[in-house]
Ligand binder design. Structure first.
Ligand SMILES: [Zn+2]
Ligand SMILES: [Zn+2]
Length: 322
C-alpha cells in the first residue's frame, strides 16, 4: 500500500474554535507501533465536549476514538483506542480503559479524524473480517460502552425484572439490544425525542416513554445522558437494592447520603470497555444480531458533523470518511 508523506487531518487547535482541515506529516512508526489507514471514524458526543472545552484536551489534537481502518496483511480492523501502561492493577486484569496513565486516541493523543492514525501495538487491532469498516467504526465506543454497562448490570436482572434505559441515542440503542440478548428483563426506554420511539421499539424495547410520563420502578437504570434531570429521574425509578449506572457524562450529579438515595442502592458509572469486551462486541456484530444506523460524511465536513451531534440531529452515528 502506498503511503503518502502528508496526510489530511481535522485538527482541534483551541476549544470553541472550528476544527482546521490541514495537511500534516504522516505519523512515523517505531518498534511495535502500527500505522492504520483510516476508513471511517465515528463522531461521538464526547468529541463535541472536547471541541467545546467541556472536556479538557491537550491541543493541537486530532479528535476521534471510534476508528476503523485497514492494515496491510490484516485487512479491515477496529482500533481499541485506550492504551494502558500495562503495569497497574486495572491494566493487569485487562481493564486498560481504567488505567490512570492510559493514552487514548482522540483524547490524549491523535485520533481518527485523519487519513492515518498511529496505534502502539498490533494487539489493539480487532479484525473486522466481513464487516464493513465505515459501518463498524461506531462499535469501538457506541457499541462497546453500553456492552460493558449492560454486562455489569446482569446480576441485578432476573425474570420479571425491569431495566430502564435513559436516552435512545447512539449508545442507548445498543444498550436496548444487549439487554434483550443477555437478560430476561423488561426494557423500558426514556427518550425526549419522539422521532426515536419507533426505532427503539424495533430494536426490542418493551416500552418507550417521554421523561414527562411515569417511569416504572426498575432494578437497573442505565443513564446515557447523565444530566441533572435524567439522574434525578433515574434516582426516582431505581428500586431499593437496585443499580444506577451513569454512562453519559452530561454534567449532572446525584446527592448521596443516608436518606436521599433508596436503601442499599448501588451507584456507579461505567467507562468505555476492555479490549476483550471489544472482541466480544465484534463477534456479536458479525453474528448479525446487532443493528445500528450509520451515515457516512466526508472528513472535510467534520465541523458540520460536530454541529449536528451538538444539536442532537442524528438518529444513529455519523462516521467521517477520509
Ligand atoms: Zn465516545
Ligand atoms: Zn495501567
Amino acid at each position: 500500500m502506498e503511503k503518502p508523506t502528508s496526510v489530511k487531518a481535522a485538527v482541534l487547535y483551541r476549544a470553541g474554535w472550528p476544527l482546521r482541515m490541514e495537511e500534516r506529516p504522516r505519523p512515523r512508526v517505531r518498534g511495535p507501533q502500527v500505522l492504520v489507514r483510516v476508513r471511517g471514524c465515528g463522531v461521538c458526543h464526547s468529541d463535541v465536549s472536547l471541541a467545546d472545552g467541556l472536556f479538557e484536551a491537550s491541543t493541537p489534537l486530532v479528535l476521534g476514538h471510534e476508528i476503523a481502518g485497514r492494515v496491510e496483511g490484516l485487512g479491515n480492523v477496529l482500533v481499541y483506542a485506550s492504551w494502558g501502561c500495562g503495569r497497574c492493577e486495572p491494566c493487569r486484569r485487562g481493564d486498560e480503559q481504567l488505567c490512570p496513565k492510559a493514552q487514548q486516541a482522540g483524547w490524549t493523543c491523535d485520533g481518527g479524524y485523519a487519513e492515518w492514525v498511529r496505534v502502539p501495538s498490533i494487539r489493539y487491532l480487532v479484525p473486522l473480517e466481513d464487516l464493513d469498516p465505515v459501518h463498524a467504526a461506531p462499535l469501538a465506543d457506541a457499541g462497546l460502552t453500553p456492552y460493558r454497562a449492560v454486562r455489569r448490570s446482569l446480576p441485578w436482572l432476573r425474570e420479571g425484572g425491569t431495566a430502564v434505559v435513559v436516552g435512545a441515542g447512539g449508545l442507548g440503542q445498543f444498550a436496548i439490544q444487549y439487554l434483550k440478548l443477555l437478560s430476561p428483563a423488561r426494557v423500558v426506554v426514556v427518550e425526549r425525542d419522539r422521532g426515536k420511539f419507533p426505532w427503539a421499539l424495533e430494536l426490542g424495547a418493551d416500552a418507550v416513554v417521554s421523561p414527562r410520563e411515569r417511569v416504572p420502578a426498575a432494578e437497573v437504570v442505565l443513564d446515557f445522558v447523565g444530566s441533572a434531570s435524567t439522574l434525578a429521574l433515574a434516582l426516582r425509578a431505581v428500586q431499593p437494592g437496585g443499580l444506577l449506572v451513569q454512562v453519559g457524562a452530561g454534567g449532572g450529579s446525584v446527592p448521596f447520603d443516608f436518606d436521599r438515595v433508596p436503601p442499599e442502592v448501588h451507584l456507579t458509572n461505567s467507562v468505555w470497555g476492555s479490549l476483550q469486551e471489544l472482541h466480544e462486541v465484534v463477534q456479536l456484530a458479525r453474528s448479525g444480531r446487532l443493528r445500528w444506523h450509520v451515515e457516512a460524511v466526508p472528513l472535510e465536513r467534520a465541523n458540520e458533523a460536530l454541529g449536528r451531534v451538538r444539536r442532537g440531529r442524528v438518529l444513529g452515528r455519523l462516521v467521517l470518511v477520509p
